[in-house]
Design a protein around this ligand. Structure first.
Ligand SMILES: O=C(O)CCC(=O)C(=O)O
Ligand SMILES: [Mn+2]
Length: 253
């Protein structure tokens, strides 16, 4: 993952809390009807980038089970980043990293998270299996887990570009539990000199409890994504981003 939290912090000055009545922080009660079961929304972003959104990837009840398990059992940490010449920056959410053995090491903002073992968290293996079932042919071998304790926690604009780790066109499967949050995608600016500037193309998903969003193709190369602060996100959200990381010995695949 190639977070640029310094960049994210700069961007956050522009991402002040916005009130919105459009999303809900459900408590742990589930409606009887599972209305969006099997729904798959495909969005072609152009230029070989696309996303697929499954609003009800997992049932509401099962998703709460996973939420409670992860909330209690994951060894969460909130690292501090020291970017040269900038004040120390506390990552604005709790994180944890799980990865198979023998993979290249994840490093971002000079921070190397400890790679915990899948074997210690059987429910994560179950979710991984479900992701693989939903997208046959995918082979994720790591997951970066985020916990947003309130609407004050966020992830700023970034792309998970790290060719040596993920290859040129990484797929990222993002599973969400708990409080719904806005997820935005915006097109990267073309490299300078910019004219004519491409402006404004933006996509939005309201990431629901039990949903899965898959980003694929050139999405990391050409687009940025974020989960901004939200004043009325009253409770916690847990997000799992499954990724395929290259083996330590391989240089390209
Ligand atoms: O929480 C989310 O939906 C996105 C998280 C994300 O982009 C990341 O971990 O790289
Ligand atoms: Mn990301």
């Amino acid at each position: 993952m190639a977070f640029d939290e310094g960049f994210a912090a700069d961007q956050m000055k522009k991402l002040m809390p916005i009130s919105s009545a459009e999303f809900a922080c459900p408590n742990n009660k589930c409606e009887e009807k599972e209305e969006e079961e099997g729904v798959r929304i495909m969005r072609d972003l152009g230029g070989g980038s696309s996303v697929v959104y499954l609003p009800q990837f997992l049932t509401c009840e099962k998703s709460w089970e996973y939420f409670r398990y992860l909330d209690e059992h994951i060894p969460w940490s909130r690292p501090t980043f020291h970017v040269l010449g900038k004040p120390a920056l506390l990552q604005p959410r709790d994180v944890c990293y799980i990865a198979s053995k023998g993979l290249k090491e994840l490093v971002y903002s000079e921070y190397t998270p400890y790679a915990h073992s899948w074997d210690d968290y059987p429910p994560l293996k179950e979710i991984l299996q479900e992701v693989h079932k939903a997208f046959p042919g995918s082979h994720f071998n790591s997951v970066l887990i985020n916990r947003y304790n309130s609407g004050n926690d966020y992830v700023g604009w970034h792309a998970d570009v790290h060719e040596k780790l993920y290859g040129p066109t990484p797929e990222i499967a993002s599973v969400s539990f708990g409080c719904e949050r806005d997820f935005f995608l915006k097109k990267k600016s073309p490299p300078p000199p910019p004219p004519p500037q491409v402006v404004g193309e933006k996509h939005h998903f309201n990431l629901k409890h039990g949903s899965l969003l898959l980003m694929r193709g050139n999405t990391q190369r050409d687009w940025l994504h974020s989960v901004p602060k939200r004043a009325n996100a009253e409770s916690a959200r847990i997000n799992l981003t499954f990724r395929r990381v290259m083996q330590m010995s391989s240089s390209s695949s």
